[in-house]
Design a protein around this ligand. Structure first.
Ligand code: PMP
Length: 421
């Protein structure tokens, strides 16, 4: 069965896999960290559902919650109707929200994927502010549906300008540490205050507190607070994309809590569905610019996902799993840093909680020092005092969502548009 399934699937399924390599695994059972294949092989699952499985595979509390809904005879598809299952999910979600948002928030079910919620967040801040451009950061990853809204009539035409994201290992300014973060913040201020930049009055700024697909890059807390001040001073809604960082993974329930920043909009998906598809935005209620029908979606009332999600959120909260992730993460980072000191092929170890990245390099093929010197050169170009306000040239190293991933379909990424878009 194993070979036949693999053969038929590779003959008929498109090559547009999420991961570059085709894995010869046919999972038939899973529990916790372990997956069992049709051929009897056992694997430790390091994919973790792309950050979805906060409790691992098939955790008993998740299975029980799903079974309860199935056994109750409740409708599984309800569009936006009120249900007891949705009520329980919303109640639990609001218990977890960062202080400052919990008291005056609304939730919008989107979905089923994280990228749908990102689109919803863009539409919301555009409707709320009456402005159009979105500020995003180099190396960011927010999803794959960039063209969907434009293909639906072109009315949404979201323009995105990229700003440098602070990071040490590939510091866009070639300095690293707090200096790089400071320069990145100043760059953002300069762009926002320069009448020629074309993005003085954007509809919103979207950031990941820890970039995931960009290479597990935690943003310094001080930089996060700076982005909060910069956006608050200019009345720009701040959107935190916590699709990948949420539900305890980084050592706090939501990653924005490390810096104490309260965003205006949070984009949530992956683990909030307890391994089933669910995506929402949570936002300050005074931004609530939706009219009925302004943002529709067939599959956003998924009762099984809400039940699985509610069980997951409650379990993480009640068992203080965020604190556990913080403790285990510290131990793991220390161990990995020990390995990095020993092995040249480990270029960098970074992360927060259990969201950890190890950067594997080829020290002989491409000496690190040389590469860093090259990056410093690019950093100088970026910091060019003659810069005329074009974010167009923001070719920040690592500024791509990954090999083979299309960028900017229907959205002008890293390009400025007309004045004050
Ligand atoms: N935002 C972030 C931060 C993500 O990591 C991802 C997925 N990796 C998305 C959005 C998109 O989510 P989805 O794949 O469910 O559309």
């Amino acid at each position: 069965a194993h070979e036949g399934i693999l053969r038929r699937q590779s003959a008929r399924e498109s090559a547009a896999r999420t991961y570059a390599r085709a894995l010869p695994i046919v999972p038939v059972r899973a529990r916790g960290l372990t997956i069992e294949g049709a051929d009897g092989s056992r694997y430790l699952d390091c994919l973790s559902g792309a950050g979805t499985l906060a409790l691992g595979h098939n955790h008993p509390v998740v299975l029980e919650a799903i079974r309860k809904v199935l056994d109750s005879g409740a409708p599984l598809h309800v569009l936006d109707l009120a249900t007891p299952v949705k009520d329980a999910f919303i109640t639990e979600l609001f218990r977890t929200l960062p202080p400052g948002l919990a008291d005056n928030a609304r939730v919008q079910f989107c979905g089923p994927a994280g990228t749908d919620a990102v689109e919803a967040a863009f539409k919301l801040v555009r409707a709320a502010t009456g402005r159009s451009g979105i500020l995003a950061f180099s190396g960011a990853y927010h999803g794959m549906t960039a063209g969907a809204l434009e293909a639906s009539g072109g009315a949404y035409d979201v323009r995105v300008a990229r700003l440098p994201y602070p990071q040490d290992y590939r510091c866009p300014f070639g300095v690293g540490g707090g200096h790089g973060a400071e320069l990145a913040a100043r760059w953002t201020e300069t762009v926002l205050d320069d009448p020629k930049s074309g993005v003085r009055h954007p509809a919103g700024m979207i950031l990941e507190p820890v970039q995931g697909e960009g290479g597990v890059i935690p943003a310094p807390d001080e930089w996060m607070r700076r982005m909060r001040r910069i956006t608050a001073d200019r009345s720009i809604p701040l959107i935190a994309d916590e699709v990948q960082t949420g539900v305890g993974r980084t050592g706090s329930f939501w990653a924005v809590e490390h810096s104490g920043v309260t965003p205006d909009v949070m984009v949530l998906s992956k683990a909030i569905g307890g391994s089933l598809p669910l995506a929402v935005i949570v936002y300050r209620d005074d931004l609530d610019a939706w009219q009925p029908g302004a943002h529709a979606g067939t599959f956003r009332g998924n009762q099984l996902a809400m039940a699985a999600g509610m069980a997951t959120l409650a379990y993480v909260r009640e068992n203080r799993l965020a604190e556990r992730a913080a403790d285990l993460g510290t131990r793991m980072l220390n161990q990995l840093r020990g390995l990095a000191a020993e092995f040249d092929c480990i270029g960098d170890v970074r992360g927060r909680g259990l969201m950890i990245g190890v950067e594997v390099v080829e020290p002989e093929a491409e000496p690190l020092q040389e590469r860093l010197a090259g990056l410093a050169g690019e950093g100088r170009v970026l910091a060019d005092p003659d810069w005329r306000g074009g974010v167009t040239d923001l070719a920040v190293p690592g500024d791509s969502a990954g090999p083979g991933r299309p960028r900017g379909t229907g959205v002008e990424v890293g390009r400025l548009v007309g004045p004050d878009s």
